[in-house]
Design a protein around this ligand. Structure first.
Ligand code: BGC
Length: 809
């Protein structure tokens, strides 16, 4: 029986790589040129090490020169280098597992006998992991008997036990052994190893937070979250174990004592919809306000091999915000880097606010023992404002700075940061007047923190339901149309050179051309682009190409370029964010962008910027954090990196793609306040700071409307409020729907009206190679899509295409 299953898996593993239908022989990928750009291995090794988070250490780390290491756990061989699905499927030129990492490390020695046993066993017990959406969450362990462990102990100075977990697109983590919890075999292994060894280091090769309450149940000397570090993983982990790199990663999520403590645990994973009842109290915003004692490791936590003294040395305030000068002194014995974090505490006010919100952070360079570095942290007044979605403050639909005390806390993590400054706001002030957008259709109860005499209470408040008339908003803002002129022989380069306006260029496009611009080529792996691309858009018709509109090639994704060609596999998003180092993230993505030029990718479908709302989300590894500010800053750094080399970025998935289960139909119901302050905030920071050329919508609905039909998301907020003027594309394919406001329009017309400019890819999921006909069907009819709207989306796409690498070539 198991033979049949093995053969079936072998076959499946070979041919299915995406959506159960796209056939891609692995062998073709194997033939790709595996040359790596100079400098890349060192850069990726540094990045992978700098994002690793050391959770505990009784002094065993760094391991002494020449230490002999016994590695336990099969993941030492079958390392999880990244997660599964579009966010990890990179044809990497090579990969270094932990066994080879130790072998490569000049200061460590490997217990080869034990490693050899694991290698042989793993080679026999092969993993088949390529079936789309069926990714393994863990790999079954090799049984190790007590006598083997005793022999290993005799031969070595310490044990390193590796616990591995993975997840991926289209498949959630689950509250089961082998996913969120340890398996019985893993527990047995830990039990035995810790009995025989005095020094046991646990390395967590994971993509998102798992249960860690067991760390205190065994005699574990040190625990390191190595995450999934890309192709240089093994080398990077050894750099930390031997002390070549002093750990300087910090947690981007709170580690709770148990899953049920997370505020979203009661309203996550439903098939139809989830009410985001925890509202803005996501992650540490919840724990620091209501349940401090339920935290195992706080947000921002991470230790190293040295100590730092972080103290304020000055503060300046002007009309726009605050600047804090900080002195960071290495008071320990080893050189290292420190992450400095600044949090704000707003008054509870009438809106209710969490105890802490991250408002700034910085990472120092390497500081020698006894030496100091000065850094500056800035926070704006806008960051002190809260969004009033009900009008309680007297300023409905506005960011309001409520009167009262604003305290700033400086330190090494959210829990230990100390108060350094207080700002007093005399009266409520409107910081930015907006309008109600994308609010829930019906009110539901969410929690909030208001001050009582004795304690901060989690009380319930009804969030505001939608009151706007979307139909009038759309009609009042319909764009003017350009009169169709017919082909005048203009090229897109004429617009670029300032000879004609974009309007004049678009005027000469007929409706078939306009239709084609608002959808990609029909399939993934378009023949118009590099082999294995995710899709091609813009110049997808011969007549468009003749007019100088280039076919633009998009490739996944956050972990590197996903093509048949080989490409560097970079560390996962959560690891990159854990570095708290925006310059490093920018550098990594600049390297990816240089590779994009070589391999024929114009747009990288990255960064992944959804909030870690719940630890079980299968794509958390691609995303950064439970915190929107950190998400925004790291996302902006990634975009800067990609675009500084001429490539184009595509932050995704806009917005609220917080669970994978039923992701194409699920409705994320969230108050307008939480939407703006948590789920959109990262995108807002990224758009305003780094101006990405593209944005990808999400699969799910947001307050009842699929994000790609969501006018308020894609037009009112993204473009109207944030000034975005790039291209918006759908996530891969879309679901058909009628517009409730305009019953005549559906599907593609509904989408273009929202300014989700491009359907990617342009055919249907079932493989149809033609438009569904819904875009032009109502063109010009009363209540139908207007020519102006078609042209507006075409301009959005062309403006971007004109700045793409495809155009420059
Ligand atoms: C994913 C996107 C990805 C796209 C193209 C979708 O399934 O959700 O993140 O970029 O596929 O591969």
């Amino acid at each position: 029986m198991s033979g049949i299953k093995d053969t079936a898996l072998k076959i499946a593993g070979k041919i299915y790589t995406k959506f159960g239908g796209v056939v891609q022989e692995k062998t073709e990928r194997d033939k790709a040129d595996k040359t790596v750009m100079p400098g890349v291995p060192a850069l990726l090794r540094r990045a992978a090490a700098e994002g690793a988070v050391l959770l505990k250490n009784d002094g065993v780390l760094p391991l002494g020169e020449g230490s002999v290491v016994s590695l336990f756990g099969r993941v030492q061989f079958n390392w999880f280098y990244t997660g599964y699905g579009s966010g990890g499927d990179v044809n990497r030129p090579y990969q270094v597992n932990l066994i080879d990492g130790v072998r490569n490390c000049a200061s460590l020695e490997l217990n080869e006998e034990l490693a050899g046993i694991y290698e042989k066993w793993c080679e026999k017990n092969v993993i088949y992991d390529s079936v789309w959406g069926m990714w393994p969450r863990f790999y079954p362990e090799m049984p190790v008997c007590a006598s083997d462990i005793a022999r290993a102990e005799n031969k070595s100075d310490c044990a390193v036990v590796v616990i591995g977990r993975s997840s991926g697109e289209d498949r959630e983590n689950v509250l089961e052994k082998g996913s969120y919890y340890l398996t019985d075999d893993e527990r047995a292994l830990l039990e035995r190893v810790c009995t025989y060894f005095d020094k046991t280091v646990v390395v967590l090769n994971i993509g998102s937070i798992i249960d860690l309450s067991w760390l205190d149940e065994y005699n574990i000397s040190a625990a390191l979250i190595a995450w999934q570090g890309g192709m240089e993983s093994g080398n990077a982990v050894c750099d930390i174990l031997c002390g070549k790199v002093n750990p300087c990663g910090r947690l981007t999520d709170t580690v709770a004592v148990k899953y049920e403590d997370y505020p979203s645990s009661s309203c996550f994973g439903n098939a139809d919809y989830n009410n985001y009842t925890e509202d803005i109290y996501v992650g540490y915003r919840y724990f620091e306000t209501f349940e401090k004692e339920k935290v195992l490791f706080p947000f921002g936590y991470g230790i190293g091999y040295t100590e730092f003294d972080v103290s304020p040395s000055g503060c300046a305030a002007d009309g726009d915000g605050f600047r804090f000068d900080v002195q960071v002194k290495n008071t320990g014995a080893l050189e290292g880097k420190e992450v400095v974090q600044l949090y704000a505490e707003k008054p509870r006010g009438v809106l209710g606010n969490p105890e802490r919100e991250l408002v700034s952070f910085a990472k120092t360079g390497v500081i020698a023992p006894g030496e100091s570095e000065k850094i500056s942290l800035e926070a704006s007044l806008y960051q002190l404002a809260s969004y009033d979605d009900t009008g309680k403050t007297g300023f409905p639909y506005a960011y309001v700075i409520e009167k009262g005390e604003y305290n700033f806390y400086l330190g090494e993590n959210v829990r230990s940061a100390e108060k350094i400054f207080t700002y007093y706001q005399e009266a409520d002030a409107c910081c930015e007047q907006l309008s109600q957008c994308c609010a829930p259709k019906e009110s539901f109860d969410v929690i909030t923190a208001l001050e009582s005499e004795t304690r901060k209470l989690a009380i319930k408040r009804p969030c505001a339901a939608n009151r706007t008339d979307l139909k009038s908003r759309i009609l009042e803002n319909l764009p003017k149309e350009h009169k169709l002129t017919g082909d005048k022989g203009y090229k897109l380069s004429d617009v670029k050179n300032g000879k004609i306006t974009m309007g004049e260029f678009v005027s000469q496009l007929d409706t078939d051309e306009l239709e084609a611009i608002t959808r990609g080529d029909y399939t993934m792996g378009s023949p118009l682009g590099a082999d294995g691309n995710a899709g091609v858009y813009a110049g997808v018709l011969k007549t468009l190409i003749d007019k100088g509109v280039p076919p633009v090639t998009a490739t996944d994704g956050p972990s590197g370029i996903r093509l048949k060609a080989s490409g560097m596999l970079i560390p996962i998003g959560t690891l990159l964010a854990s570095s708290f180092d925006t310059e490093l993230v920018c550098e990594v993505y600049s390297a990816v962008a240089r590779e994009m030029k070589q391999k024929g990718s114009d747009v990288l479908l990255a960064p992944g910027m959804n909030i870690h709302r719940n630890v079980l989300c299968g794509r958390n590894f691609e995303y950064y954090s439970e915190d929107p500010y950190l998400t925004g800053k790291i996302g902006a750094a990634a975009v800067r990196g990609i675009q500084s080399e001429g490539g184009s970025a595509c932050p995704k998935h806009f917005a609220c793609n917080n669970q994978e289960y039923k992701r194409t139909v699920n409705d994320s119901r969230v108050s307008e306040r939480a939407l703006r302050q948590i789920y959109l905030k990262g995108f807002e920071i990224c758009v305003k700071e780094a101006k990405p050329n593209n944005i990808m919508t999400s699969y799910n609905k947001v307050n009842g409307v699929w994000s790609y039909y969501n006018y308020d998301l894609c037009t009112s907020i993204l473009r109207g409020e944030w000034g975005y003027n790039g291209c918006v594309m759908t996530d891969w394919w879309s679901k058909g729907a009628e517009s409730p406001e305009f019953p005549k329009i559906c599907n593609q017309a509904y989408r273009v009206r929202a300014q989700a400019d491009v359907l990617m890819p342009g055919g249907s999921r079932s493989g149809k190679r033609k438009p569904d006909g819904t875009l032009l069907k109502t063109l010009g009819d009363d209540g139908g899509i207007t020519l102006g709207e078609l042209q507006r989306s075409a301009e959005n796409v062309l403006r971007f295409a004109m700045n793409s690498t495809a155009f420059k070539e």
